[in-house]
Design a protein around this ligand. Structure first.
Ligand code: 9MR
Length: 383
């Protein structure tokens, strides 16, 4: 039977959630404009590393997996990128190639070509392979919205998960089974669940059903619930953490086969300077771990919008955000994987100008951010 370790803190978190669900305002970008970011940053901070070891080696020395997300088209067309990827990463995460949009050209067909290419590449280079996501309300093919209804939704969900997880069974280390089910800002519900087609047509047990289906088809894979807005001390993130914790408690009490929480960690440098509250984050991780779950940092990057344009200064702030965040989360031994959402600034989902969110610049030179991640691995306790 599941017995929560820290009842009083949980109760407090739930009260926070209850008071915040349905809130309509969050801090807008305009509110940040007068923040004097460089003044908050220690310009003497250095990001030195010792030795030549790769990120995957430094992580592995502590029992941590380091990896990154990318796609088949990038690896095929850019050999230099593929080289650095293979050198640093112990896990390859399919950024887009295993989404419904890629896998499901029509309601009755599956196209595994890009995913299979990635699985082969990962295996050839002795990397673990990770898929994301089996259930999401985005990156869906155009036929999806026109097709799904309350009659067929459950069958669509079960068929997709069964077919895809069976196809990759034995080749995949971990799946994001459900992604971004909670959105405390947009949800009208006390539990924060977002009204996706899945919730609407299958009902709130779609999450449990998705995990059970995946576990039946691939009993080896680590099954992850993945979500965002879990990092900062803002009303939205506080409420999101509470709602995610509640969902995980509910799933565990129903014996749903969920094995890990995925924390996306798309960090914002500006918020990291002013709204990063290490002990709140640590307490959350402890609560998640106390449910018997592992934790993956799944989509780490640092949005550097609003930082000084001077490259050296900008890169140091981004590096500081990586090191501060990772040294906090890696204190928790349940955190077993750190995965960045890309590796080089040449390929990132962020579309702002002057962006430098990742570990290598767009010419594949290592940035201070690379050193910062390496340093966080060095400082981490061994798993
Ligand atoms: O980085 C991904 C981008 O290339 C895609 O266009 C987009 C839609 O499929 O998804 C991006 O990745 C998202 C991830 O799947 C879930 N969390 C947020 C990520 C960034 O938007």
């Amino acid at each position: 039977m599941f017995i929560p370790k820290s009842l009083s803190r949980r109760r407090a978190i739930k009260m926070t959630l209850a008071s915040l669900v349905g809130m309509t305002t969050v801090t807008t970008k305009a509110a940040y404009q007068d923040k004097q970011i460089p003044l908050l940053f220690d310009s003497k901070r250095k990001f030195q590393v010792i030795g030549q070891a790769s990120l995957k080696q430094r992580a592995a020395a502590k029992g941590i997996i380091y990896g990154a997300a990318t796609g088949r088209d990038i690896l095929v067309s850019d050999a230099e990128f593929a080289d650095i990827f293979v050198k640093d990463c112990a896990m390859l995460v399919a950024e887009n190639d295993l989404k419904w949009l890629a896998l499901r050209p029509t309601p009755n067909t599956f196209d595994f070509s890009k995913g299979d290419w990635l699985a082969k590449f990962a295996s050839k280079h002795r990397m673990l392979f990770r898929g994301t996501p089996l259930v999401w309300d985005r990156a869906l093919p155009s036929w999806f919205k026109k097709t799904i209804n309350s009659e067929n939704a459950e069958r669509l969900l079960v068929e997709h998960i069964t077919r895809v997880t069976k196809h990759y069974a034995g080749k995949i280390y971990s799946w994001d089974v459900v992604n971004e089910a909670i959105d405390v800002k947009r949800s009208q519900r006390r539990d924060g669940l977002l009204l996706t087609p899945w919730l609407r047509f299958v009902g709130e047990d779609y999450i449990d059903l998705a995990f059970r289906t995946a576990a039946a088809a691939d009993p080896q894979a680590i099954l992850v619930y993945n979500d965002r807005w879990l990092d900062y001390d803002t009303p939205r993130d506080n409420a999101q953490r509470a709602a995610v914790l509640q969902l995980l408690e509910r799933l565990k009490s129903q014996k749903t086969p969920v094995h890990a929480l995925g924390i996306q960690a798309h960090l914002r440098a500006i918020d990291s300077q002013t709204r990063f509250h290490p002990s709140k984050l640590r307490n959350f991780l402890k609560d998640v771990a106390s449910l018997g779950l592992k934790i993956f940092i799944t989509e780490l990057d640092v949005k550097d919008q609003g930082l000084p344009l001077d490259i050296a200064q900008r890169d140091r702030i981004v590096a500081a955000v990586y090191e501060d965040y990772l040294s906090t989360v890696l204190d928790e031994k349940a955190v077993i994987a750190v995965l960045t959402w890309g590796l080089s600034d040449r390929y990132t989902w962020l579309f702002q100008l002057n962006k430098r969110p990742l570990l290598y610049d767009s010419n594949f030179h290592r940035k201070s951010a690379w050193n910062a991640v390496a340093r966080a691995f060095e400082q981490a306790p061994k798993r």
